[in-house]
Write a protein that binds this ligand. Structure first.
Ligand code: SF4
Length: 567
């Protein structure tokens, strides 16, 4: 390595946060992300320099680089093209686009062109399931990609050699149905203003009275989380917005972050007041890097209006600020302890629980981690009051919910429905009535066959998650199972054997079924394995990875058994 290159690396390291890294591992990911963008990869020399700057051993830096799919040791081409391979994009013609990309570039997936201009890769869900096939070119997202479009995009990249662009192309917000959240019925800052007039405990009381449950999937009562964090001892406390929306089929937070960022941050500020935190962090997934600038602008505008920073609304003891931390392509970081590990500059591997983040979270301090939509709902509750909020939904599932709907329906997009709505009503709205099944809550959710379409989407019945993928009458359910299991096998962090090996064995089982080589006895063993994975896996990824497989085996056994090889 020449002295010139080494000094370039050092200069670039200094550019991030003014080079203030010594002893602060939390800065590791930002500096690696910067070097990746600047040099197209993180060489051994770069890892050595970063290790020296942060105060780690080079092997510890290498562990991080190897964990995140958006970081790499080899040097990528000037344009990294990442084609989404998750189910909704697959359903909309991903295969034809993949073929065209390989033929246009003259390389296979996983390769770089000899002129170092293009690297071609697959990626998992990038939150554009309603307008696939979707692909990223560096940080720029292209939607509705066709083979013809591939030619135009590649030509444009060749012409604009070296230009680094970000943004969305041919994007449609696809808002199909609005309710209290999306109509903007909640006046700007009204929730925060009202919250700050109450004692902190009363704010949590309002959330409890509204029976607001987390919108990230598990549906944990928000007031319980905030109550424990408020009572926990710690000089510093944190509020974290989980904007790592990586569940296949889910893209509702995309809309909230793009068009309702102020409401998200208002909700975070209310949470900060309620638990006594002075710092909020938005963990934004790497695939949503194109949103970062606008989010930073929202934060900066709020600081100028004294809605963030010191003495918010003139209340002297109300101090709260927000920063953004970027993810780097790891689905498991949607799990709250993995997300915290990632923000601390480590591999995004889930922690053992307890202790829970509300007691021992970011930097070992009490931390309330909530989903983007949860914060918007919290602001709505504080503005309109719990009784008003409970007018929608059911006893155990209050309020409305955003749904990302994609797959085999005429009107994919984002819908706001009251919780408790039936699946058949949802399909009617999205014009997907002839579906033979729906996948609710993404790859880790439930597969519901047509016979279950009168079920209600609520925490009492079919858990809502954030998405519904409509599966049309002509789809092969093994394609669905294979796609999801490929996803889990790749995204497993590998910490525990039931998940690491189990996802691979189930995937192989699906391939045996496809070849007509899976006996009933082996199928029974796969079911047992699925049940063990649900019990023995350390985190939600391994526990939920068999869900779709088991649902498909339970409900579509006739379709699966006695298969002959697919042409
Ligand atoms: Fe990692 Fe899977 Fe274990 Fe979760 S269940 S800790 S993702 S190996």
């Amino acid at each position: 390595m020449s002295a010139i290159i080494t000094s370039q690396i050092r200069d670039e390291i200094k550019r991030v946060n003014g080079g203030a890294f010594a002893g602060n591992r939390g800065n590791l990911l930002p500096v690696l992300q910067h070097l990746q963008a600047r040099f197209g990869g993180i060489s051994g020399e770069a890892m050595q320099e970063v290790a020296d700057a942060v105060g780690l051993r080079p092997v510890e830096v290498e562990e991080i680089v190897s964990f995140y799919s958006f970081l790499r040791k080899d040097t990528a081409g000037r344009f990294i093209i990442r084609l989404c391979r998750t189910l909704s994009c697959e359903m909309q013609g991903k295969k034809q686009v993949a073929n065209q990309l390989e033929s246009e570039l003259g390389i296979r997936f996983g390769e770089t062109t000899p002129d170092k201009l293009f690297t071609l890769e697959y990626t998992n869900c990038m939150g554009m399931c309603d307008q696939g096939p979707a692909m990223l070119v560096n940080d720029r997202i292209f939607t509705h990609v066709t083979p013809e479009k591939v030619h135009r995009i590649v030509t444009e990249c060749r012409r604009q050699f070296g230009e680094y662009q970000t943004g969305l192309v041919d994007f449609n917000p696809n808002i199909r149905k609005v309710g209290p959240i999306l109509t903007g019925i909640s006046e700007a800052e009204a929730g925060l203003r009202r919250a700050l007039r109450m004692p902190r405990s009363e704010v949590i009381g309002e959330i409890r009275a509204a029976f607001l449950r987390g919108r990230g999937g598990a549906g944990f009562p928000v007031s319980t989380k905030w109550q424990i964090a408020a009572a926990a001892k710690g000089a510093n406390k944190y509020v974290v917005c989980n904007a790592d929306e990586g569940e296949p089929g889910t893209f509702k937070d995309r809309l909230l972050l793009l068009d309702f960022a102020d409401k998200v941050i208002e909700g975070m500020t209310i949470a900060g007041y309620a638990i006594g935190a002075t710092q909020g962090l938005i963990y934004l997934r790497g695939e949503y890097a194109f949103m970062r600038e606008e989010l930073e602008e929202s934060i900066s505008n709020r600081r100028k209006k004294s809605l963030l920073g010191q003495s918010i609304f003139g209340k002297e003891d109300m101090v709260f600020d927000v920063d953004i931390r970027m993810g780097s392509g790891a689905y498991v970081c949607g799990e709250e302890t993995a997300l915290i590990e990632s923000m601390e500059g480590k591999r995004g591997e889930p922690r053992n629980r307890p202790p829970f983040p509300v007691n021992t979270g970011f930097m070992s301090c009490p931390t309330a981690v909530n989903n983007v939509e949860t914060f918007v709902n919290a602001a709505l509750v504080l503005d309109k009051g719990p009784e008003w909020y409970k007018q929608n939904g059911t006893a155990q599932s209050t309020g409305t919910k955003l749904f990302s709907i994609s797959g085999d329906c005429i009107s994919p997009g984002i819908f706001e429905f009251p919780l408790g709505i039936s699946i058949s009503e949802v399909l009617e709205e999205a014009h997907g009535e002839d579906a033979k099944a729906v996948q609710i809550g993404g790859a880790s959710g439930q597969c519901v066959p047509r016979s279950g379409f009168e079920r209600c989407i609520s925490f009492e019945d079919a858990p809502p998650g954030g998405s519904i993928i409509v599966i049309g009458p002509d789809r092969d359910m093994l394609d669905v199972a294979e796609n999801f299991l490929e996803f889990f096998a790749e995204e497993s962090c590998g910490q525990c054997i039931p998940c690491r090996k189990g996802t691979q064995v189930l995937l192989e089982g699906v391939r045996l079924l496809r070849r007509g080589d899976c006996s009933l006895e082996y199928l029974a063993r796969l079911r047992k394995l699925s049940a063990s994975m649900k019990i023995a896996s350390k985190c939600g990824l391994g526990q939920s990875a068999p869900n779709a497989f088991m649902g498909i085996v339970d409900h579509f056994q006739d379709e699966l058994l006695g298969r002959r090889p697919k042409e």
